[in-house]
Every structure is written in C-alpha cells, then in structure tokens.
Design a protein around this ligand. Structure first.
Ligand code: SIN
Length: 292
C-alpha cells in the first residue's frame, strides 16, 4: 500500500494514510513521513492500537528518545514513556496530572537539549472535549509586525520548567525543581528547515536576557498575545487508536481542560531527543529602526 499524506488544517496537521505502524521503516518510508512531519508540524496516524513496547518502537523511527523530567508519571516498565493522565494510583481524579500540559509550551524547552518531536498515543478518552491544540510559530514569526520582530530577533532567553510563575511544578522531585535555568534563542532558526520560528513560550520561558524582569515580562506578554491567534492554530480531536507526533521547534501546543473531569483522559507520551540550541546557527540581532 502506498503512503498518502492528507492535509488536515491550514496552520498545521496532516494525516498519514496507508502506513502499517507495526512494520519497520525503509528509507523511502522515512523520507516521506519525516518530510511530512517537517512540512505539517503535526502528523496523525489513526486506527492502530499500540502496546507500550510497540509505541516506543514506533516513536524511535523519528530518532532517539529522551526520558521526561516528570519522573512520578513515568511508565513503570518503560522509562522512555511518560503517562499523561488525569487518574492517580488509587483511580481517583488527579488534578496535578490533569493540568500537566495545559498552557502553550514547547516540550523539554527547560532542557538545554529540548525535544525535536513528541508523540502521544490515546489510551482512554473522555466522550467530549480534551483536544490538543497547536500553534504554528513559523507563521507567528513571519507575519509579526516588523517593530515587534526587531525587538526579539537575535535575543536569548532563560527557560525553566514552569517558567515565570513556576506553574505545574508540584509533581517535580526537589532535585529537578532546583535544576539551573537554560538558554535558548527567542527566535529559533530551525536546524533542519532553516526557517525562523518564535521559540519562547508562556509555560517554560522565564525572561529575555539583557532586560529587566519588568521589561522582559512586558515584551513576552506582547509576543505571547501576538502568537495566540486562531489563524496560527489547529487542534486535534482525539479518537481511540490515534497516535500523533508534533514538531517542537516550530510549534507550541496545549491540552484543554474542557472535558467532563469525572471521565478518564490517558495517553502514552514519548519525546524525540533534539539538539543543543547553543550549538545551532543563530539569527543576528536586528538594529532598531531609528526612522520608525
Ligand atoms: C502535552 O503537553 O504533552 C499533552 C497535551 C495534551 O494533554 O493534550
């Protein structure tokens, strides 16, 4: 069967048809699927239910995996899988778990080597709501007003888990909460496509380097308001048997707590290891336009 890529949204999203997820990939398959991943930012694979080992094997087609800092949520038999779950070990509603991933972010951007991609496989789903939302950060940068672009291009920022407000850090172990901040560009030049994308995100960015906290907060708020526009967004409505992968270098994503909270929402999640952003090519700082 031939593989077909069917576009789902304007800003992001494509479904991969005709791919048997249980079979190893040859070079041609990898070429088609990986290019679709770079082009569409989110890929959807439907109607194939995976066990944890099958999910890990499939995820490794995109690169080496990187365990998540949320050690309390790691899968008991597969350390490369972290569970995204709203159910605790007693089977009760887990509020902390339900809130993880709610708010725009790029995965592992609190790490100097953030993730290239993230995969989710649906295990249990509510009967409505709980979609995963995506924002195309290439488009957000390309269409940004020139004056705002100039203020962020070439700048670097500090990142840590929970960002400016330390949100959603309750579940972290003390040693992980105390990890030093890391540095990434505010606008990242994608190491594979060469395209610039806004890389700061409200969940993990602390402040822009070279500014006071107040100046940085004001600028970040402006950038986040610009990026949070429907025209850059697409959302995935989940069905059992779905697996998705998203591009963390050119998009941010967020879960939604808009489903009935007495219903279970559980996913297996794996992250594909990326590169140290400090070793990547960078955009030069842009001089202010004195005439403007
Ligand atoms: C995540 O951020 O990994 C999960 C997003 C979601 O819960 O939909």
């Amino acid at each position: 069967m031939t593989i077909e890529i069917q576009k789902l949204g304007e800003a992001a999203g494509a479904e991969v048809l005709g791919l048997d997820m249980f079979q190893p990939w040859d070079a041609k398959t990898r070429g088609i699927v990986y290019q679709a991943f770079l082009d569409n930012l989110v890929l959807v694979f439907r109607d194939q239910v995976l066990t944890p080992p099958e999910f890990m094997a499939f995820s490794r087609n995109f690169g080496g995996l990187q365990p998540h800092v949320a050690k309390n949520y790691r899968h008991p038999e597969a350390e490369d899988i972290v569970m995204m779950t709203n159910v605790d070990k007693q089977g009760k509603f887990d509020e902390v778990g339900a809130n993880r991933g709610v708010g725009w972010h790029s995965d592992l951007s609190y790490d100097q080597v953030p993730a290239n991609g993230t995969l989710l496989h649906a295990v249990e789903l509510p009967d409505r709501g709980g979609d995963t939302w995506f924002c195309n950060m290439y488009q957000a940068y390309e269409t940004m007003p020139a004056a705002l672009k100039r203020r962020i291009t070439g700048k670097m920022a500090l990142f840590r888990y929970g960002g400016r407000n330390g949100q959603s850090t309750e579940h972290l172990r003390p040693e992980d909460k105390a990890k030093p901040d890391v540095i990434h560009p505010v606008v990242r030049l994608h190491p594979e496509t060469g395209r610039p994308a806004v890389y700061v995100n409200p969940y993990h960015t602390v402040r822009i380097i070279g500014m006071t906290r107040a100046e940085s907060d004001a600028l970040l708020d402006e950038v986040f308001t610009w990026c949070d526009q429907a025209v850059f967004q697409w959302h995935h409505a989940w069905r059992l048997g779905d697996t998705i992968i998203w591009e963390n270098r050119s998009s941010v994503h967020s879960g939604k707590l808009d489903y009935p909270l007495d219903q279970r929402r559980i996913f297996m999640r794996a992250t594909v290891r990326g590169t140290n952003t400090l070793a990547e090519a960078r955009l030069p700082a842009v001089e202010p336009d004195l005439a403007a």
